[in-house]
Design a protein around this ligand. Structure first.
Ligand SMILES: O=C(O)c1cc(=O)[nH]c(=O)n1[C@@H]1O[C@H](COP(=O)(O)O)[C@@H](O)[C@H]1O
Length: 274
């Protein structure tokens, strides 16, 4: 089964395009867990167990684990998700990007060490920095295209006078991912929910790619406009929300509160389908 098949299957069975981002920040943990980096696994596993029937994917962000020397807890969490939510694909958010020989190591880290189904990558260093990930044929890779942050403008919105049609840089990334770089149909794109008009422009260039769309919830992206701009019956969109779900409650009911917020967000997204 390819990554895209797994994504479609989870989207169908859970009736969802919501992805929950696992960005554990111990200082924001509730009750007895507060401040305890040794409980990152416990916190995330509770969230996963409370929401696995509501999501199209989970997206752990590697920095939230590595900065606390908690890679072992990320390994345990990946195993936990494989065991308890095997139908839900896991996107490791690592935003890697390096020369081929180093990229091979990053690919092994994501797909062999952590067993992720897909990874996020920066396309800045070009095709040979992406290719090592594509050798894992059943895995996926999302290339940063039009990111959700304001500084995304600095480079991604530059016009490329040297390329036919003079596209913006992010449109060129979308064109490469839809066409020549997508050797085995493993690529997707990251576009921010904070810029729905740009999602529409990306969709014009990349009509069939899966889109990972972070920025609803804490970053204030418009969930309804996002779905209207990006949703296609045959190309899944994966709309990520992290903080507003993880920290929906600061109390011991955090998992139940996360479930309520996930349900609300899932239903809001589903209702916006054209
Ligand atoms: O690749 C990403 O996931 C990503 C790309 C992007 O353009 N913007 C963005 O916020 N993200 C990630 O998505 C998550 C957003 O978290 P919240 O703002 O708390 O929902 C974080 O893990 C970010 O690192």
């Amino acid at each position: 089964m390819t990554f895209l098949d797994r994504l479609r299957s989870a989207g169908r069975s859970n009736g969802s395009m919501l992805c929950i981002g696992l960005d554990p920040e111990p200082s924001r943990f509730p009750g007895a867990l507060k401040g305890d980096a040794g409980r990152i696994y416990d916190f995330c596993a509770r969230i996963v167990d409370a929401t696995a029937d509501l999501v199209i994917a989970f997206k752990p962000q590697i920095a939230y684990f590595a900065s606390h020397r908690a890679e072992d807890q990320l390994e345990r969490l990946m195993e936990h998700m494989r065991r308890n939510a095997p139908q839900v694909p896991v996107i490791l958010d690592a935003k890697r990007g390096d020369i081929g020989s180093t990229a091979q190591q990053y690919a092994r880290e994501a797909f062999e060490r952590y067993g992720a189904d897909a990874v996020t990558l920066s396309p800045f260093m070009g095709f040979d920095s992406v290719q090592p990930y594509l050798k894992f044929h059943d895995k996926g890779a999302f290339l940063l295209c039009r990111t959700s942050n304001p500084g995304g403008d600095d480079l991604q919105n530059q016009r490329l006078a040297s390329v036919d049609g003079q596209p913006l840089l992010y449109e060129h990334v979308a064109r490469l991912a839809q066409g020549p770089w997508n050797l085995n149909g493993q690529l997707g794109l990251v576009v921010g929910a904070t810029y729905p008009a740009e999602i529409e422009r990306v969709r014009r260039v990349a009509p069939t790619l899966p889109l990972l769309i972070p920025g609803v919830g804490a970053q204030g992206g418009d969930a309804v406009a996002t779905v209207k701009a990006g949703w296609r019956a045959d190309a899944p969109i994966v709309v990520n929300s992290s903080r507003s779900i993880l920290y929906a409650s600061g109390g011991d009911d955090f998992a139940e509160a996360a479930r309520r917020e996930a349900l609300r967000t899932r239903d809001l997204l589903e209702a916006a389908k054209p």
